[in-house]
Write a protein that binds this ligand. Structure first.
Ligand code: 3PY
Ligand code: MG
Length: 281
């Protein structure tokens, strides 16, 4: 039924040993990522070449289309020679989003606003091939996100066991059900969205030391540690990164392309304006 075109030829070669989300954490203990929101493959390549271990392709809070997400995935992997893992954050739990995201060849998915084990089980059914889940076979674009020129559908299918499937826990209800959510077979870890979690707790902003917030983070971290899962969150400064790494988070999200551009543009403008002001003219 499917043709074996040159790029999806059914070779017998085994997959190359490029890192996965989990092997990177095993090697480095804490890995650092940045988000792409602009939808530009150039911005994604800049992130992929800046030293980040992983890049979040945001479809939740940026109008990134499935085709753009596929292009961004391929750009990130190619630009970093596979050392930066592309992770797609889907807009919702919908089967179409999870399918397009994983069929693109991304190294995993982050799924927002998961509040119960039932929701998590549905996500796993959509994200993992049988016998654990019911993901539909369709990985034909996936080999293009591999740096192995002989990578094909067969290799990709073998590697799907290594995909990171990570629900977001970002509400009081999610924290209350964290143990049941994280115990669902097939879950790799979770990402705590601090802004939404804090909103749910009645707190403003994206970080703080309020006891109820710290207790929520520690609850999820304790469960994650016991189950041997990766727990991530946002850390946008040196101090936040130190604190979150010491708490036990194993993957951090530092910032996003639009903010990097804004910060760089402002710094450049300020420097040149200083020079113009200092000029004896
Ligand atoms: C949140 O803080 O709610 C997020 O989703 C961060 O990405
Ligand atoms: Mg959120």
């Amino acid at each position: 039924m499917y043709s074996n075109g040159p790029n999806i030829a059914f070779h017998s070669k085994s997959p190359t040993e490029t890192p996965t989300f989990s092997t990177l954490i095993k090697d480095k203990t804490v890995i650092i990522g940045a988000a792409t929101t602009i939808g530009s493959t150039l911005c994604a390549q800049v992130i992929a070449r800046s030293g980040f271990d992983w890049a979040l392709i945001d479809m939740e809070h940026a109008p990134t289309s499935p085709r753009e997400a596929t292009n961004l995935t391929q750009a990130i992997v190619a630009a970093s020679a596979g050392s930066c893992i592309a992770i797609i954050r889907t807009p919702s739990h919908g089967v179409e989003w999870i399918k397009w995201a994983l069929d693109s060849g991304a190294g995993g998915v982050i799924i927002p606003m998961v509040t119960s084990a039932t929701e998590c089980e549905e996500i796993i059914q959509r994200a993992i091939y049988p016998p654990i889940g019911q993901r539909s076979f369709g990985p034909f674009l996936a080999p293009y996100a591999s740096t192995d020129p002989t990578s094909d559908v067969v290799d990709y299918m073998k590697r799907t066991k290594e995909l990171a499937i990570m629900p977001m826990i970002e509400s009081v209800e999610g924290v209350r059900n964290a143990e049941a959510i994280l115990m669902v077979t097939g879950v790799t870890g979770c990402f705590i969205g601090p802004y939404d979690l804090r909103q749910s707790l009645g707190l403003a902003g994206g970080d703080g030391e309020e006891p109820q917030y710290i207790e929520a983070l520690e609850t999820v971290l304790r469960i994650g540690k016991r189950l041997g899962l990766h727990i991530g969150t946002v850390a946008a400064s040196e101090a936040a990164a130190k604190h979150k790494a010491e708490m036990g988070f194993t993957f951090l999200l530092s910032g996003q392309d639009a903010n990097f551009l804004a910060a760089g543009a402002k710094a450049s403008w300020q420097q040149v304006r200083q020079g113009v002001r200092a000029a004896k003219i």
